[in-house]
Ligand binder design. Sequence first.
Ligand code: GLC
Length: 434
Amino acid sequence: MENLVEDAKRILNLNWKDGFTIPTNKLYPFQWNWDSGFTSIGHSHFDLDFAIRELQSLFSGQWENGMLPHIIFHSENEKTYFPNFEFWNSNVNLGAPQKPKSSGITQPAVHGFVLENLLEKFPDDEKLIAFVKDIFPKVVKSHRFLYTYRDPKREGLMFIFHPWESGRDNSPLWDESLDRIVINPDELPKYERRDTSIAPSDERPTSYEYDRYVYLLQLGKKNKYDEQGIFEESPFLVQDTLMNAALIKSNQSLINIGKRFGLDIGELEEWQQQSVPRFQEKLWNTDLQTFTPFDIRGGHHISFKEIGGLSALYAEIPTQEQAKQLNDYLSSLHERGFYICPSFDVDSPLFDSKRYWRGPIWPQMNWMIYHGLNKYDFDKTAEIVKSDLIELVSMHGYYEYFESQKSLAKNMTSGYGGGDFSWTAACTLDLIKT
Ligand code: GLC
């Protein structure tokens, strides 16, 4: 454990770029939204100041409409990433800052619960308290963006219009929606991917998917990234489980923080009162006994067992009976020789244990599920979720994601995707110290 802790510290320092942390060298050379939340928790174990600066840097990219972009391009000189800031051209939206440049879409709203986590660790630290009071209205504003622009029918559930917003880029969840997009090659701008020259292409999204990511980016840009046209035109329009669970969890954390410091929580309470029961009713899939996303365009559930449904545990959305179903599912996977929890249904023909979000283990998901299971007193499964991640990291190092089949993983010498990965270091470290 001593070595793991030292190595996690080395990685967080290595990836620290004077005010923020990149997820990993080469593959992701900028600041990513939800990565930064987890990374901040990691830094807090060594240096609370770094943890605070991480979040300050991220929010320096917040738009006037409240949107917190999924990438902040702190450096305009680094051109090796696609799509870069010029391709996003976020300044088509007049409320996007000129500096730092950013992407035009968002990611899971983790920052409310990250703040609460930091406060639990350092309840009396004056600098942290001052920082939390200062950033609180900005985090609330980022939630207000989601409820205003991404919930036009005022259901209490927000939609995403791009798979990258979900944090689970190429999950099979999105296949049907992406298949709706018919690409006319003359209309799609020429582009060159960078990820496949850095990581093996069989661990990355396919070019069929990538063309559709670019198509949706163009659709967002055409609508200045916040206009009604997105809701009206996008073939991809989904009320996602993880996105809404993270938002609900963060609402609750902000309510708790607001109560402690006497801050205004009226709006947060209204959102919460609507969102929690709505998530319960609309996203519970009785056939599969898990929560699944709702495809607004198709008018139906996206019926797959998948890791996002489990994140509801962390937001304490499930009833005890529903939580038991989720716990039984995890236990059965463990008994069948999988690390838990694979990012996609292992019994589906679409399962692919090495391809990104189509099967591997993702560290930040284990972190959330561990805490979620503990809330429902499923301590035994929680311990497996924690020890599985620690075992993978001990065997393979701090990779981006990992093989989920034990029989395969045991004969391998590394994980998948990028190495020396920030949120893997941060989440493992935090679980070790918990
Ligand atoms: C990938 C992941 C996303 C993450 C990003 C940076 O795009 O799917 O969730 O934020 O990499 O690590």
